[in-house]
Design a protein. Structure first.
Length: 409
């Protein structure tokens, strides 16, 4: 096998990839600093969609960063996308989460459209138009179970119709399309699901509640009744079970974790700024909260290492077709679920530790060192695919896995 040492072409390719990644990160940092962060407080306070940041992402064509280069996109790896999510999440949790959720939808199409000419053309058009895709996987009556549906696809000649009562549709009113789950047909059992793309012209939304929540307020994800009619070729050919295992769940747990990592990084950076300011006022006295900041930074390093390991593993598996089957293993399912569980715990612990260090300066909403938004945004993680459900899933997986669950990958 060629190595970077003995193959100049591999060296050039690696350097080119690294340069591309750095250019993308710089674009995201500019958007974060110039657009997302200045608007973050009003997005949170008013519970409004961060239209400024999304417009900036569209302008830089970052909404199509995960689409393969041969279809006009940037062909980003999971490492690239996670880095972008962290940068955006550090400036505005809602902006980072919207970006992450959108890339999850793109990933499901890219990795599962098969030979569909419709989806191939749709991805090319998305690069040009920078459409924003929402998620419609939730449903009243299934107890938060992603892998169960009540609503069913109803074939009508060359089309299908669908009526679904969603508990949330991520930024639904602001999206240009929705990837929505439903039973494959009226006679299908609850777990036999399909994933369909419905475009803006294909559906109507009836809001059935409000989005007045504690954190992630800018994601604007109230409950909707979704009524749709679309061509049958807008249903992805792979069964949703395979899409969920191989793409949707890994994408969600990794990219969400990257956003939470950004929120944690912002809390640590804010706390460090306060400690430095305090130290300048009393140069001969170590600020009282300094050891607490060290503890928060240690937790952050744990979180960062967990995310980095998961990113590298996913990119390694998807780059090698022979290894891709590992994504369907119980051992991998345990690890990727545990990433989400640990990330949601660590981000809250970090934000709370930082709040304890900052004291009233972090508690006050009108303080430049306020940590209210970061803490409230961090608390949403345990509800996104409920942690209790993930623990139950992992308990079942432990019963059917062997020693490979302890192996290093």
């Amino acid at each position: 096998m060629d190595t970077l040492i003995d193959n100049p072409e591999l060296v050039e390719a690696a350097e080119s990839s690294a340069a591309k990644s750095q250019a993308l990160i710089q674009k995201a940092k500019r958007i974060a600093a110039d657009v997302a962060r200045p608007a973050a407080a009003s997005v949170d306070r008013e519970g409004r969609f961060p239209q400024e940041a999304v417009a900036a992402l569209r302008k830089e064509k970052l909404l199509s960063c995960a689409i393969p280069a041969e279809l006009g996109g940037m062909g980003c790896s999971m490492a690239d996308m996670a880095a972008l999510c962290t940068v955006l999440g550090k400036a505005c949790g809602s902006t980072g989460m919207i970006f992450a959720m959108h890339q999850m939808q793109i990933g499901c199409i890219v990795r599962h459209y098969g030979a569909s000419e419709f989806f191939r053309d749709y991805l090319r058009d998305l690069v040009d138009h920078q459409w924003l895709l929402a998620s419609g996987t939730s449903e009243f009556g299934v107890g938060g179970d992603l892998r169960t549906s009540i609503a069913a696809i109803e074939p009508v000649e060359k089309d299908f119709t669908l009526f679904k009562r969603c508990t949330t549709v991520s930024y639904g009113e602001h999206a240009d399309g929705i990837l929505i789950t439903a039973r494959r047909g009226p006679a299908s059992p609850a777990g036999d699901q399909s994933l369909a793309l419905i475009r803006k012209k294909d559906y109507a939304l009836e809001k059935t509640g409000e989005w007045d929540v504690m954190g992630m307020r800018g994601t604007c994800s109230p409950p909707f009744n979704v009524t749709a009619r679309a061509p049958l070729h807008q249903i992805l050919p792979d069964a949703f079970r395979d899409i969920a295992i191989r793409t949707m769940i890994p994408y969600s747990h990794i990219l969400w974790s990257a956003v939470w990592q950004g929120i944690a990084a912002d809390a640590v950076a804010t706390t460090q700024s306060l400690i430095k300011q305090t130290a300048r006022k009393t140069p001969k006295v170590m600020p009282l909260g300094s050891p607490g900041l060290v503890d928060a930074l240690n937790l952050y390093h744990q979180m960062s290492a967990n995310v980095r390991t998961a990113v590298e593993e996913y990119d390694r598996f998807t780059a090698n077709p022979a290894a891709a089957s590992a994504l369907s293993s119980s051992a991998y399912g345990l690890r990727i679920n545990n990433l989400k569980l640990s990330s949601t715990r660590l981000v809250v612990d970090i934000c709370q530790q930082c709040l304890a260090v900052c004291g009233l300066a972090g508690y006050a909403n009108n303080s430049p060192f306020s940590l209210g938004r970061q803490l409230r945004d961090s608390l949403s993680g345990q509800l996104m695919i409920n942690n209790n459900r993930l623990r139950q899933t992992n308990a079942g997986l432990l019963l059917i896995t062997g020693g490979e669950v302890l192996e290093n990958f």
